[in-house]
Ligand binder design. Structure first.
Ligand SMILES: NC(=O)c1ccc[n+]([C@@H]2O[C@H](COP(=O)([O-])OP(=O)(O)OC[C@H]3O[C@@H](n4cnc5c(N)ncnc54)[C@H](OP(=O)(O)O)[C@@H]3O)[C@@H](O)[C@H]2O)c1
Length: 299
């Protein structure tokens, strides 16, 4: 598994990381999570990303890691400790959330705490960033980051206060490739690509009922990439390589509920040769051809 240094941090991240939302939202059992993370660590994964509001995700990860905590980097987020729909960006609430994440993840120190997609107004206000800086001073986290998209993500890169940016990058979400990645690269921020497989939204024959998948599904109908007609593994491999070929991206955190997936996705990245560069340019060209002004980065 290829590893890349995460910007100016000392983290050398596996290009394929683990996204922790699916195990929380889909109530995956503790034994399955232990198998999932255990096999992924055995195969070279060293990045695990979760959040305070992905139901029991933090607890499941903390329990599954146990003594293997030292073998990986733990990233989490704050801002919705009361649940996904209820945000609270006041410093006291954020600090309490970070402390709770330490307990739930069963660790003394996080590798990264990220503001979980607060607005541009909230970022400009500044108190939320100060809370993250305070948690770093207190030794609760080694690095601080912003997770989100659009103008807020751009501000997060410009303001110079964050070590990392987590943002959506995929075949169906390319705004960041011009809006934030070049500047993040110039300023040596670590970049974590979220939703890197566009939720594999092309697997649905009809528009999915789940709103989270709908925007990507609709865009992919219009984009109509020929490679999506190929065998499922080939399509996933091309999509994943696209995200990892975007200049400035260091790691792509794929969400899954299935223990066998991580090793399979890792295998899809092997022996890629010269193909990704050509595919990358073709996918970019198609996006430029059809993407509308409303095709913004999806949180
Ligand atoms: N605002 C934020 O901060 C924010 C927002 C969204 C996401 N995130 C982060 O980004 C991570 C990833 O996002 P995501 O999970 O929404 O999107 P994703 O990684 O693009 O897609 C995940 C989906 O892909 C499927 N999948 C994975 N490998 C596959 C394969 N080889 N073949 C077919 N299907 C495959 C998984 O299904 P199976 O279960 O069947 O494998 C899952 O439904 C999250 O876990 C979270 O950590 C952060």
């Amino acid at each position: 598994m290829e590893r890349r240094r995460l910007g100016r941090t000392d983290i050398v991240a596996s290009v394929l990381g683990f996204g922790g939302s699916e195990i929380g939202y889909q109530n995956v059992g503790a034994r399955t999570v232990a198998r999932l993370l255990g096999s992924a660590l055995d195969a070279g994964l060293n990045v695990i990303d979760t959040a305070e509001c992905y139901d029991e995700s933090e607890v499941l990860i903390g329990r599954a890691l146990g003594a293997r905590r030292r073998e990986c980097y733990l990233f989490t987020k704050c801002g919705h400790a009361g649940g996904g729909a209820r945000s609270d960006w006041r410093p006291a609430a954020l600090l309490a959330s970070v402390e709770r994440s330490l307990r739930r993840l069963a660790t003394d120190c996080l590798d990264l705490i990220q503001l979980h997609s607060c607005s541009l107004t909230e970022l400009r206000h500044g108190d939320a960033i100060i809370a993250l800086e305070r948690s770093r001073e207190r030794g609760w986290t080694r690095y601080i980051g912003y997770s989100g998209d659009g103008a807020a993500a751009r501000y997060a890169v410009e303001c110079g206060r964050f070590d990392t940016l987590q943002t959506s990058v995929s075949i169906a979400d390319q705004e960041a490739i011009e809006l934030t990645l070049p500047l993040a690269r110039a300023r040596k921020l670590g970049v974590i690509a979220k939703r890197p497989l566009a939720n594999v939204a092309w697997r649905y024959a009809k528009k999915p009922a789940e709103p989270y998948y709908q925007t990507y599904w609709t865009r992919l109908q219009t984009l109509d990439y020929p490679f999506l007609q190929k065998a499922p593994d080939t399509a996933v491999a091309t999509a994943l390589r696209f995200t990892l070929a975007a200049p400035g991206v260091h790691t792509a955190i794929v969400g899954t509920t299935k223990p066998e997936r991580w090793q399979r996705n890792a295998a899809l990245l092997e022996g890629s040769g010269a193909e990704p560069t050509l595919a990358f340019e073709q996918i970019r060209a198609r996006w430029r051809e059809v993407a509308g002004p409303s095709w913004a980065g999806q949180v």
